[in-house]
Write a protein that binds this ligand. Structure first.
Ligand SMILES: *Cc1c(COP(=O)(O)O)cnc(C)c1O
Length: 393
């Protein structure tokens, strides 16, 4: 931590704040850990690039041999620019968007009967994948699964006969089936349960080249969170898939689409405290030069992010509300957080900010987006320039 703190302070000295900092070595390590955890061959890991689509981050993951899961034409275009294998999982896509993706030669993962019909009528004879909503909303797992009756995603599992019929009528070959059961999952049984459901349906599709189990692999944001046992999960998924592939009669590629797992713990948002407000009731507000326009997760999901005062690590601990500069009272990174005494000018490092940080940032309040810096063993590199307000207006 000491070494890291020193380097983060160095980033602040060179680039200032607010700045996202990513540790390249950690991204590589995560990609390798995941690859080594899954013995089944062939397995393809698609990086869900909506988690963080900085081109320099993409380059690192490209070197690690992953493909990408793209969820918009913009992501498809960026993925192709960097020579990735791309699978497009769209949701409520227009005909134009489908045409765009098809013309690029990218396979589309279709998530409604309507889209399947429309795609088929325009692109007869193409290969497609379909996203299935498995009815695993029942039982004690329901709250963690983005399937089930309230989810807008996927073709409802009991409508697969219709999907097959539409595909046949339009000479579409269903080469893949897909599901994405949820996010930030820390227990292996959720994945394995959902796998069973999809694999049971898989036998109805004679042309499969892959089965894609989506992303959702969780990371411990809070030191009290448990850690997903990736090794065990990889082994159990492989065992299950090997059995399936054997029964299916030909080798099928297993795919997964992690976003958060690969990048969350490689990133920090560095911010500077500019205003400390000590109210008579004892509440302390540490106001910083950033806000939910840069890191939305605490405001949007109530998410926990670890925060360290890198300028005063040995200071006496106190309870502080760490708040931003946006005109909304929900603009808070942490409430009543025990942290080393904050002084104006101190730099705070908000951890676990690599995924769904910069990629969810906005210009709300007409504030500029932060810089992004890649931290390698022997150098720092600015991988996105800080915006000025004139870029925004
Ligand atoms: C967001 C998304 C993912 C990745 O989710 P994580 O929780 O970041 O792993 C994977 N697949 C699809 C289709 C997604 O939309």
């Amino acid at each position: 931590m000491n070494e890291l703190r020193k380097r983060l302070k160095e980033v602040n000295r060179i680039f200032g704040t607010p700045t996202y900092v990513y540790k390249g070595g950690r991204i590589r390590e995560k990609a390798r850990t995941l690859r080594d955890a899954i013995p089944y061959f062939p397995t393809k890991v698609l990086y869900a690039m909506k988690a963080n689509s900085n081109p320099e981050i993409l380059k690192i993951l490209k070197e690690e041999g992953v493909g990408v899961d793209a969820v918009s034409p913009g992501e498809v275009a960026l993925g192709l620019r960097h020579d990735f294998f791309v699978l497009f999982t769209g949701n409520n896509v227009t005909d134009d968007e489908m045409d765009f993706v098809a013309e690029k030669g990218v396979m589309i993962n279709i998530d409604s009967l309507s889209a399947l019909e429309r795609f088929g009528s325009r692109h007869c004879g193409k290969d497609v994948s379909i996203r299935i909503n498995p009815d695993v909303g029942a039982g004690h797992h329901s709250h963690c699964i983005t399937g089930g009756p309230e989810s807008k995603f996927g073709i409802w599992h009991s409508q697969l006969d219709e999907a097959l019929e539409i595909a046949k009528r339009n000479c579409l070959r269903i080469k893949g089936i897909h599901q994405h059961i949820g996010s930030q999952i820390l227990e292996t049984d959720k994945f394995l349960l959902a796998m069973d459901v999809l694999l049971k349906e898989a036998h109805r599709f004679p042309d499969l080249e892959f089965v894609n189990f989506g992303g959702g692999l969780g990371v411990p944001y809070n030191p009290e969170d448990r850690k997903l046992p990736v090794k065990r999960l990889g082994r159990m998924m492989s065992d299950k898939f090997l059995k399936f592939s054997h029964n299916y009669g030909k080798p099928v590629t297993m795919m997964i689409e992690p976003g958060r797992y690969l990048i969350a713990d490689s990133g920090w948002l560095l911010v500077t405290v500019n205003t400390v407000k000590r109210n008579p009731d004892g509440r302390v507000f540490a106001g910083v030069d950033s806000g939910f326009n840069h890191l939305l997760r605490p405001a949007m999901y109530g998410s926990y992010h670890p925060i360290e005062n890198v300028s005063n690590p040995k200071g006496k601990k106190e309870e502080v509300d760490i708040v931003g500069n946006i005109c909304e009272s929900g603009d808070r990174f942490a409430q009543e957080r025990k942290i080393s005494r904050v002084r104006e000018g101190d730099v705070l490092a908000i951890g676990m900010a690599g995924a769904y940080g910069f990629s969810m940032s906005s210009h709300y309040n007409l504030r500029a987006k932060p810089a992004e810096v890649l931290m390698e063993k022997n150098y720092f590199s600015l991988i996105r320039k800080r915006e000025s307000i004139y870029d925004v207006i």
